[in-house]
Design a protein around this ligand. Structure first.
Ligand SMILES: [Ca+2]
Ligand SMILES: [Ca+2]
Length: 217
């Protein structure tokens, strides 16, 4: 279930220090350092700001390689689902995941200023440089455009039902060559409605959907 768990997480827990290959904070100069670990031969679509991303990312502390987050085991191993470049993830991930193809893997070394800052968060101490191993599973055209909204709104009643969102997701995943089973879609849809259906009436209105309109998406 967790590919990295076998290779990477156990690797780390075996006490092997990755420190020498990971950049120190001062070497980063306030920017994300990107290493491409795997790039598929075919790249159907490169991620850009406003795209809907489905990805796994595992987080490590740069100072000792200890792991503080594994998206393959946390939250039942569900890949994370977010809109790129609008602050739904830390700035370093928003920056470092730009221009990725579905299937691509990257290692991102992120200075604390673009991660958890002076305060840190949970297991991440203050001023910590962090490293994320990212695997992008799918890139779809951002949901936050009126064009996408129109395509999703099959009955043209200016609101999105769960069935309409599900149709859209199915098409997107099938296009990406990775169709999923129903429970997978149900979980994604629950998450989408939890985050977007502000008035909890069971449909996403154009207004609720277009929350990022001011971001020129
Ligand atoms: Ca509708
Ligand atoms: Ca609503």
């Amino acid at each position: 279930m967790c590919k990295f768990r076998e290779s990477m997480c156990l690797f780390v827990s075996a006490g092997f220090s990755l420190r020498p290959v990971w950049a120190a904070e001062e070497e980063l100069d306030g920017e994300v350092k990107t290493e491409v670990l795997f790039k598929p031969e075919q790249c159907s679509q490169r991620s850009k700001r406003g795209d809907l991303i489905n990805a796994h990312y595992d987080g490590y502390l740069a100072k000792d390689g200890s792991q503080f987050y594994c998206s393959r085991t946390d939250r039942d191993g569900q890949p994370q689902w977010f809109v790129l470049g609008v602050g739904q993830v830390i700035k370093g991930l928003d920056d470092g995941i730009m221009g990725m193809c579905p299937g691509e893997k990257r290692k991102l070394t992120i200075p604390s200023t673009l991660a958890f800052g002076e305060k840190g968060k949970g297991p991440v101490p203050p001023n910590a440089t962090v490293v994320f191993e990212v695997e992008v599973l799918s890139v779809s055209k951002g949901p936050r455009t009126m064009e996408a909204f129109g395509r999703m709104d099959l009955d043209k009643d200016k609101s999105l039902s769960k069935a309409e969102v599900k149709e859209y997701l199915k098409l997107e995943y099938e296009k990406g060559g990775k169709p999923r089973d129903d429970p997978f879609y149900e979980k994604l849809i629950d998450d989408i409605f939890y985050k977007n259906d502000d008035d909890r009436d069971g449909v996403i209105s154009a207004k609720e959907y277009n929350i990022y309109q001011h971001d020129e998406l």
